[in-house]
Design a protein around this ligand. Structure first.
Ligand SMILES: Nc1ncnc2c1ncn2[C@@H]1O[C@H](COP(=O)(O)OP(=O)(O)OP(=O)(O)O)[C@@H](O)[C@H]1O
Ligand SMILES: [Mg+2]
Length: 494
């Protein structure tokens, strides 16, 4: 039997930059084949070529042994290849069902859209995969985690024979990951071929039948989990082994930088009170939907709140917009890069400027271009953004490098308090260690840092104190020896 899908000797360059070099890859029907590699290794590019988004310069694509040449996403889907994109591609102001069936809506006589059927089909799809999502809700009203699940449901709805999932779990909580793995097991049993791209090697070892490793655009090897280990995979990825160590904890004084008192916005969150100290990393743990992001957005002025107060360095704030928050010194690194974080079509240099405009305006309102160039060069270096060219538009960077750019932009704004929501989403093991170090450095320089993360080891490893959220309320504030996985879980779910 030929593989469900095979890519042979694929070559691809963007301009003079060679991104894929004679890459071959195959996935069988009923197989979960993981594709791993550092940020910028070429994973998304390879899958985008298979999925009809990019064209290849050379090489062959075979579907069950037959040569194919998908010209766009729609053709690829008609052939039975569906991609769940790394960047969410849903339209926030359309309903869930509209998003799933866009351009193939069921119609009634005279070509009118059959809304009832549209919603019923979406409902049936959700029942099939066992999730509770309302077909008639606007997509934008759901968290990034749920949007990711909708995106996956959409891919499944094409009756695909090959489903490519590009970091499907980067925004999912542990229980959502379990649910996704259940869905994948069902698809596998139906003979669907699945390509699973992830930086989370724990997940890869749990679910993959085979693992392929890309390094700098070349395929360095294919192995099976039973014949390998996470350490070995990391060595294949980066050419050396790696310790996933967290930076040492800080020395935190008593000075409070951000004080939140009885902040409420029913039904999202209630009576949120805590203080963030200078030099502290305060972790916020909890299940997805527990209200963590909502509170962060309220502090940042992106959403309103009904009652309570926020003070920065002793001064009571009445922030109405993110812009005001940034001016005051509160910066929010968002979980959704697209919506609030980066100007994707602009260059890294422009993004850096936009975060810290005031600092670069000289006499007569003229921008100090040399200083901007120097600052953005430093930011590229410090955050290890590759390729090292600050005049490339951010959307031509790989997913992980976009994430690093977002952090760079936040740091350039010189914050007093930084709220980092899923700061290492989609970055590779090496870059993750660097981001953790960058956050700790920031704290050591007197900034108050809040880290929201669904990855418990990250919260535990980084934080000086941990706040646990449950159903919109604070259920515990843990410090010192009380910070443990068991304690956090106990307060998060009970
Ligand atoms: N549209 C584009 N124009 C120019 N360069 C691009 C474009 N898309 C990707 N690249 C470059 O191709 C290289 C590979 O990127 P790709 O997105 O495939 O990496 P990846 O392995 O998916 O990384 P990540 O883990 O960060 O998502 C990167 O150097 C990236 O900057
Ligand atoms: Mg990618």
């Amino acid at each position: 039997m030929p593989p469900a899908l095979e890519a042979k000797s694929i070559n691809k360059s963007f301009g003079s930059h060679r991104v894929l070099h004679d890459v071959s890859f195959a996935v069988q029907a009923g197989e979960v084949h993981a594709l791993v590699g550092e940020n910028g290794a070429g994973k998304s590019t390879l899958m985008n070529i298979i999925g009809g988004i990019h064209t290849r310069d050379a090489g062959e694509l075979l579907l069950k042994g037959q040569a194919i040449d998908p010209a766009d996403v729609w053709q690829a889907r008609q052939l039975g290849i569906s991609v769940v994109f790394q960047e969410l591609s849903l339209t926030p102001n359309m309903t869930v069902a509209q998003n799933i069936f866009v351009r193939r809506e069921p119609t009634k006589a005279l070509g009118m859209i059959d809304w009832q059927r549209l919603n019923a089909d979406a409902q049936a799809l959700f029942e099939q995969i066992g999730v509770e999502i309302s077909p008639t809700e606007l997509v934008g009203n759901y968290s990034v985690g749920i949007q990711q699940i909708i995106e996956i449901a959409k891919a499944i709805s094409f009756d695909a024979e090959v489903i490519i999932m590009d970091e499907p779990t980067s925004a999912l909580s542990e229980s959502e990951v379990d649910r996704l793995f259940g869905i994948i097991a069902d698809l596998k049993a139906q003979g669907v071929a699945i390509v699973f791209i992830s930086h989370k090697l724990g997940e890869v070892f749990r679910i993959a039948d085979r693992i392929s490793v890309l390094r700098d655009g070349e395929m360095v090897g294919v192995t099976k989990p039973a014949d390998s280990s996470p350490d070995e995979i990391i060595r294949m990825m980066v050419g050396r082994s790696f310790d996933d160590l967290y930076p040492p904890k800080g020395v935190v004084g008593d000075e409070v930088i951000l004080e939140v008192r009885e902040l409420s916005h029913p039904p999202l969150f209630h009576d949120i009170s805590f203080s963030l100290r200078k030099g502290e990393i305060l972790g916020i743990a909890g299940l997805v939907g527990a209200g963590r992001t909502e509170v962060a957005r309220a502090i940042f002025g992106a959403d309103s709140y009904s009652s309570g107060s926020i003070a920065l360095a002793g001064e009571r704030l009445d922030i109405k917009s993110p812009r005001e928050a940034i001016e005051k010194g509160i910066v929010y690194l968002t979980e959704d890069r697209k919506v609030m974080g980066l100007f994707l079509s602009m260059t890294m240099r422009e993004n850096i400027v936009s975060a810290a405009l005031g600092r670069f305006v000289g006499a007569l309102g003229i921008l100090r271009h040399k200083e901007i160039a120097a600052e953005s060069g430093r930011a590229m270096q410090r955050n290890d953004i590759r390729p090292r060219d600050d005049l490339l538009s951010v959307n031509s960077l790989s997913g992980g490098n976009q994430q690093k750019s977002l952090l760079a932009k936040c740091l350039s704004a010189n914050p007093k308090a930084l709220l980092a929501d899923e700061p290492t989403r989609g970055v590779d093991v090496g870059a993750k260690v660097k981001i953790h170090q960058a956050l700790r450095d920031l704290a050591n320089h007197g900034v108050g840092v809040i880290v929201i993360s669904s990855e418990l080891p990250e919260v535990l490893g980084l934080s000086d104190r941990v706040i646990v959220f449950r159903e919109g309320r604070i259920s515990a504030i843990l410090a010192g020896d009380n910070i443990s996985q068991a304690e956090v879980m106990r307060h998060a779910v009970q």
